[in-house]
Each structure stands twice: as structure tokens, then as C-alpha cells.
Write a protein that binds this ligand. Sequence first.
Ligand SMILES: C[S@@+](CC[C@H](N)C(=O)[O-])C[C@H]1O[C@@H](n2cnc3c(N)ncnc32)[C@H](O)[C@@H]1O
Length: 284
Amino acid sequence: MSSLIQHPNLPLPDYFSKFAANYVRQTGHSTLDILGDIITGNVQISANPVGPDSVVHDTAAGPGIGAAALASRLCPDQLPKEMLVSDNVAMMVSAARDSLVSSPLPHVECKELDSQDLSSIPDNYFTHSINNFSIFTFIRPINAIRESYRTLRQGGLAVITCWRRFAPMFIVHAAQKKIRLDLPLMPTPSPEFNEEGVLQKVVEEGGFSKDRITMVEKVLVVTDAENIAGLTALMSGPMMSKAREGYTQEEEARWVESVNQSVKEEMEQFGGIRFEAYVLLATR
Ligand SMILES: C[S@@+](CC[C@H](N)C(=O)[O-])C[C@H]1O[C@@H](n2cnc3c(N)ncnc32)[C@H](O)[C@@H]1O
């Protein structure tokens, strides 16, 4: 049974269940595209590329982002022979299952699991472990890293990412300031992960040795109209309800316009919606 204690700074009690169906659109494909870029630009040119003998775990996978990234970036003969897609939210797991129905991956299993307690998985099992943009949502992030470490084989590779700049948060804050400058800005879950060095420290505390960790940074500027529309829908809707706490009905009615204006300003400043990420490649 997986734990469903949610991070206190996520806006809804069942935040990720509500998000499951719209996840890929409303993230503007950002987590998928950055992971795809890591696979082709970093993992496949490392000493540990994914190949037909690989056994891969995507932990806290959302609706199967790691599996989708591998399937879209690798040739059929490079795909791993076995893949586990797990998340502790049932609706994310079923969204993953649905999205993988016609996947070219030879063998994928989708399971409800808590990243912080993978006790149903033996030690030294996976060749690769993906933990993509989830660590800041965990109550006990070090435990999740320990579990990735424990379940990886000696010489196996973990890919762990977090945001340096999660653009929707900046845009939502700008939208809030246009309506109620006096109210607190919407909190970010575990904002310390936005600071350089914090992810690396947690990964080291979780068991990986410093000299076997490589850190890279990635930037994604989202310019595709459909992705911008998806991100705008995320920021305009219930997932960002905490940003409107204390609003009158009249203020609520101005929210969508304020988000649209803030998106426009972001685009003027960066030429698109700008995400920045820290990426750690850690070898056991
Ligand atoms: C921001 S999403 C990232 C999803 C996906 N990895 C991606 O690349 O887009 C965070 C995910 O972590 C999951 N999650 C949060 N806490 C978890 C836990 N303790 N165990 C497993 N999954 C968890 C959520 O349900 C959600 O699907």
C-alpha cells in the first residue's frame, strides 16, 4: 500500500489525482521534453546508456513520463527489456497505463508505489532509475534517494531532476501581484530545491558518492502555441487555487485576464515560457 500524505504546499488535497488526466498538456510537455533531451544528450552518450538489456524504473512517474520519453527518443533496438512505471497516486498510474497501451516498449509494468518505500523491490534490481521533477513533492526526499540507490545495481545510473526556475510559479506570482499585492504569494513546495547545490546534497545524503555525480543544467523555452495554451490553462484553473485565497468574487473574475497578461510579459522577456532545471546523473 502506498502512502498518500501530500506535501502541505500543494494547493488541493488530491492535487495529483485531479491533475492526472490533463498532466501532459498542462505542463506544456515541459517535464517530458526536458527528460527526452537528457536521454539523448546525456544518458545515451554516458558510460551507461539505456539498451536492450536495461531494466529501468521511473519512480513518481506521473502519467508515465519516463516511459514516453524513452519510447520517443530511442530506436526500437535500444529500448529497455523491462520497465517499471510507478507513482503513489492511483489516477496517475492508470493514466500511465492508458498512455502506454500502444507503446513500443517490450515490457512495461505500471504500479502504485511510494518512492520513499520501495520495499517490494529487491536490492540491486535496476540498471537505471529515473526521478523526474518529483523530489520537491516528497515529504521525505532523502528516503526516496536511498530507495533509488538501494534498488539500483552497482554501476547503475540514476537521473534525478528538479526545477531551478518553474516558470508557472513566476507567472502566477506576477498575476497575483496585479490583483492583490497585499496577500501572500502562492507557496512553492520545497522551494529550497530551486537553489543550486540542494539537490546534490540530498542525493549524496541518500547514498551516492560525490565523485560519481555529474550535474548539468537544462533550459527549455516553450514557444509552441498549444503548449502555451496548456500551461495557461494550468495557471488559470483549480491547480493554482491557493493563489486566489482571500479573493472576492470580483477579484476571482479578473484572474484569467491577469494570468494572460503575465504570460504575455513572460513571453516578451524570454521569447517564450522559460523553464530551468538541475539534472543530476548519479552512478551507484
Ligand atoms: C510534478 S509530478 C512529476 C511527474 C513525472 N515524473 C514527470 O516527469 O512529469 C510529481 C509526481 O510525483 C508523484 N508523487 C508525489 N509523492 C510521491 C511518493 N511519495 N511516491 C510516489 N510518487 C509520488 C505525484 O503523484 C506526481 O505524479
